[in-house]
Structures are given as C-alpha cells and as structure tokens.
Design a protein around this ligand. Structure first.
Ligand code: NAP
Length: 281
C-alpha cells in the first residue's frame, strides 16, 4: 500500500485487538463479560445490517451483545421506556440506538434517555459537550472519533493547523469540528450555504469531508501536502472526495472503502470496553 494511504483497516484492527485484550482483563478481574445493547426501531434493511455487524464484532472480540428490536410504529414514550430499562440494567454497559429512527420518534428524547456512562455511540448532549471541551467523562461520536484516531495513528500535527470540515451533521461534521478544536486546530465548518467552498478548502492543512455526495470535493481544491479524511460513503463504494485527483496533491488520504469506514465500529467496541471498565472496576 502506498505510504500516502491511511490504512483504516489496519488501524481499526489494532483498536479491536486492544479492546479484546482489555475485555479479557475485565473478565478476569470481575468475572463479568462486557455487553452492548443494540436498539433498532423498524426494519430498514441497512440498519438491520449495521446493527448485526456491530453485534458480530462484539462477539468476535469476546463481549456479549443484546439485540432489542421494536416495531416501526413504536412511540417516543415506548422507546424511552425501553432505553431507560436498559440504562438501569447493571449487566448492560453500552447502549446503541441505531439511527435514523422512524419519523414519529423524537430521536433527541430517545438519545437523552441513554445514561451518559452507557452512551458508547457518543450521541447524548453530555458526550457532545465533552467532545467540545476535551473532557474524558463522555464518549466520542464513533465516526469522528475514528477519524481522530486515524490522525493520531499517522502522527498528524493538529496544533495551529487549518482544518476544514465539510458538513455539520450532529453525528459527523459538528463533533469532528469540536474534537479538532479541542486539539488546538483552527477549525472552519462548511455547509450547504458556505460561499466559495473551493476557496475555503484550498486553505486547509486537514480536510474532513462529511457531505454525502459522491466525488464532491475536487482534487484541485486540495492544498498540496494536505491530509484528507473522507467520511463519505455513497453508492458504489464512492467517497465524498474525488480520490484519484486528490491523491496526487495530498500527503495522506483515506481511501473509500478501507479508510474511515472500518473505524466507526472499532471505536464503538473500544468505547463499550471503556464503559465496562468505568462501571465495574
Ligand atoms: P448529512 O446528515 O446528510 O449531512 C451532510 C452535510 O453536508 C450537511 O451539513 C450539509 O449542509 C452538507 N452539505 C450538503 N450539500 C453541501 C454543499 N453543496 N456544500 C457544502 N456542504 C454541503 O450526512 P452525514 O450523516 O454527516 O454523513 C455524511 C457522509 O458520511 C455520508 O456519505 C454518510 O454515508 C457518511 N457516514 C459514514 C459513516 C461511517 O461509518 N463511515 C458514518 C456516518 C456517516 P447543511 O447542514 O447546510 O444541510
């Protein structure tokens, strides 16, 4: 593999191996097995696949998982009640509510029902505040958390660097901006109303794309030597960055697939191990 390519498969495997080792230590010390509960409302096929992948990963590294499936007409009250029950269950260390939830559900209310100590997907307002304040008390949102771990694995200097995040969703763009700012990057957040996006991206030492549009970020927007992280995952295994053209200019770049993608589950698993350590040790 070219030394410009950020190998998310390798870094995610290192994280999973480390989590597996920590799970063994927890089992030896406490006699208990860490457990992630996945909650899925409805039957969206992609969400069914994602939650299954997450549970499989748990079991592969020696953790338990509990599958909670609720019908698509579930109300906010019913979902909040189920999450509260899981929150009160001492055998459950982490709770993942697969999103998006059906339209009638107030997703924010459901997320906030997750106790902060079990918010291993980093979706509560508590975790959000911790990301922006660089506090250890919460959990990272998994995709931006994974992007930060890639930057660290490749020893990318963040202090004082110009970082441009394209996208401001609550699960990728916004938390990514907070995590970068907490590490002393100078951060610009771009969105659909940003004027002269190419001009803004051209200033960036670190480009983080989270737009959801295939090949949207053009190669000639990339400053020579920039580090490019592409969270985008569009139909046909295509990212948000025009990879071939951006590769020519970047010093480091994530491929799609095999870059940011594998990091999301790895961080979820790692954070479930961390939650178990905090709760039981
Ligand atoms: P999202 O909620 O749809 O947000 C997209 C963001 O892009 C919005 O903030 C939007 O701006 C911005 N945007 C749209 N058009 C734009 C334009 N022309 N110029 C500048 N900004 C524009 O998407 P998301 O959930 O953050 O996901 C982003 C990508 O990451 C998707 O491809 C998704 O599949 C991928 N993803 C991957 C993982 C993983 O596990 N690897 C996890 C999550 C997401 P406004 O706010 O102004 O509308």
């Amino acid at each position: 593999m070219s030394d410009k390519i950020i190998d998310g498969k390798m870094v995610s495997q290192q994280i999973l191996d480390d989590a597996a080792r920590r799970v063994q230590v927890i089992k030896q010390k406490t006699g208990k097995t860490p457990c992630l509960a996945t909650v899925l409302v409805g039957e969206d096929p992609a969400s069914v696949t994602y939650t299954r992948m997450k549970r499989n990963r748990c079991e592969k590294i020696g953790m338990k998982s509990v599958k909670v499936e609720m019908p698509s007409q579930t109300t906010t009250e019913q979902l909040v009640a189920k999450i509260t029950e899981l929150g009160n269950d001492p055998a459950i260390n982490g709770i993942l509510l697969q999103h998006p939830s059906p339209k009638q559900v107030d997703e924010r209310a459901a997320f906030e029902a997750i106790p902060p100590g079990k918010d291993v997907d980093g979706v509560t307002l508590h975790s959000f505040a911790c990301m922006w304040h660089h506090l250890d008390d919460g959990f990272d949102c998994c995709t931006p958390g994974g992007m930060m771990r890639l930057l660290d694995a490749y020893k990318v200097e963040l202090k004082g660097k110009q970082a441009v995040v394209i996208g401001r969703s609550p699960i990728v763009g916004m938390p990514m901006a907070g995590l970068l700012l907490a590490r002393h990057a100078t951060v610009t957040i771009c969105h659909s109303r940003t004027q002269d996006l190419p001009g803004v991206v051209r200033q960036a030492d670190i480009v983080c794309a989270a737009v959801g549009k295939p090949n949207f970020i053009k190669g000639d927007w990339i400053k020579p030597g920039a580090v490019v992280l592409d969270a985008g995952y569009n139909e046909g295994n295509v990212g948000d960055v025009d990879y071939e053209a951006a590769y020519e200019r970047a010093s480091l770049i994530t491929p799609v697939p095999g870059g940011v993608g594998p990091m999301t589950i790895a961080v979820l698993i790692e954070q479930t191990a961390t939650a178990a350590e905090r709760q039981w040790e």
